[in-house]
Ligand binder design. Structure first.
Ligand SMILES: [Zn+2]
Length: 414
């Protein structure tokens, strides 16, 4: 039942991103003759992907019919963390139907973990969440070969290297499956419905048990040639630093992951420099990164300092990620340039803004900062002529489309 027609993919993506859209608007958006559009929509309705959703508002003539992704579709989303397992089933409107969350050790290996995933999905079926799944997506906390659907040398996932995750899920559930790095998936979610909704180039940094980074370039996830372009957690920051869970010394994760933050918070609570943390340690017997976040929210200076110190290290490393994970072929080098053009850690005035400063909207989960990569160049003469968004010519655009009158772009950070 899987459709591979490029036109169908465009149609379905548009309905996924926009929700219910009228047939008339679909014709405008896809610039397609109406008879062909109607024929293709009928095919998608017959396949069960698309359903009618009432009448659209009048545009002056006969009211057009709204269409949407069939709400009876069911997709499973699985998030494997280093120490957690989340399974959710959503309908065609991407609304949650059922969700389960439980602690799980990724180190227990792929067979145990994926068996538990399948058990939870089976439970969802028994609970009436679905009759059959239309697709499964799974995020894992490590580098992934997106093409092959397998984890590749994941530092904190012993036994998972090249384990056929996609093949196993496809076979088990009889539907397409997608495997990706968990932070790439969070970045995709952030662009779909979060603070990066209208931004084509950005970094998404996640700090949980580990640290990861999703990279968006020109509106697409950039994975690098080996799938680990955003894997910044195990870059060595301090050769004399603490030992990391991967076995190396002084990784960024060892210095500023949720676990490292908890370790420093415990020391601060015991030494008495932070009343907020000391209070929590007495009450619960332990402090976590969540306590640091809560303490910072209450204005505890030590908690704020812990986050600020670690954030500065994170920004520097995130900025270097594009340099350290070098792509190998020329095409990838060209695509990687915008990422190197805005090293977030080099200019403190232009570093990652706090989440609250990006429009009072909370990200969909885990982000400590999302910044648009918009350092570009303007050419005042070509601004209107090209109609680019906000008159911005990115470096890539400048390289490809120089001003037709030969004006040199004004080097002006935006
Ligand atoms: Zn490490």
């Amino acid at each position: 039942m899987r459709t591979v027609e490029p036109l169908h993919v465009r149609l379905l993506r548009l309905l996924r991103d926009e929700g219910a859209v009228s047939r008339a608007e679909l014709g405008d958006r896809l610039q397609m003759p109406r008879p062909r559009l109607l024929a293709e929509l009928e095919r998608l309705v017959a396949l069960g992907y698309v359903a009618e959703a009432g009448l659209a508002a009048s545009r002056g003539g006969r009211r057009s019919t709204l269409v949407e992704l069939n709400p009876h579709l069911r997709f499973a989303a699985v998030d494997l963390g280093a120490s957690s397992l989340d399974v959710e089933v959503v309908n065609g409107r991407l609304e949650p139907v059922v969700a389960y969350a439980e602690p799980a050790e990724i180190r227990s290996g792929p067979k145990v973990t994926l068996q538990r995933v399948n058990e939870l999905l089976h439970k969802a079926k028994v609970d009436g969440a679905y009759e059959r799944l239309d697709a499964v997506g799974i995020g894992v906390p490590g580098p992934v070969s997106f093409r092959d659907g397998v984890p590749v040398s994941p530092p904190i996932m012993p036994g998972w290297d090249r384990f056929p995750v996609r093949e196993l899920l496809t076979r088990e559930h009889g539907c397409p499956a997608v495997v990706d790095n968990d932070v790439n998936i969070m970045a995709i979610g952030e662009r779909h419905g979060g603070v990066a909704h209208s931004v084509d180039d950005f970094l998404f940094v996640k700090i949980g048990t580990g640290i990861g980074c999703g990279i968006y370039l020109s509106g697409e996830v950039y994975r690098g040639t080996d799938g680990c372009a955003g894997d910044i957690g195990h870059i060595q920051v301090d050769p004399h630093g603490p030992m990391c869970s991967c076995g190396n010394i002084g990784c960024l994760e060892a210095l500023f992951s949720g676990a490292a933050l908890a370790r420093e918070a415990t020391a601060a609570a015991r030494s008495g420099v932070s009343p907020a943390l000391a209070e929590r340690l007495t009450a619960r017997g332990a402090v976590t990164a969540v306590d640091v976040a809560e303490g910072a929210g209450e204005g505890d200076v030590t908690c704020i300092q812990l986050i600020r110190d670690g954030g500065a290290a994170g920004r520097q490393r995130a900025g270097r990620a594009g340099e350290l994970h070098q792509p190998v072929d020329d095409r990838d080098r060209r695509r990687a340039r915008p990422a190197r053009a805005h090293p977030a850690g080099r200019d403190p005035q232009r570093g990652l803004p706090p989440v609250a400063a990006t429009g009072h909207r909370q990200p969909t989960g885990g982000a400590v900062g999302t910044r648009p990569a918009r350092r570009g160049r303007r050419c005042r003469r070509t601004r209107q002529r090209r109609g680019l968004r906000g008159g911005v010519m990115t470096r890539e655009t400048v390289a490809r489309q120089r001003c037709p009158r030969g004006h040199r772009p004004v080097a002006e950070p935006l």
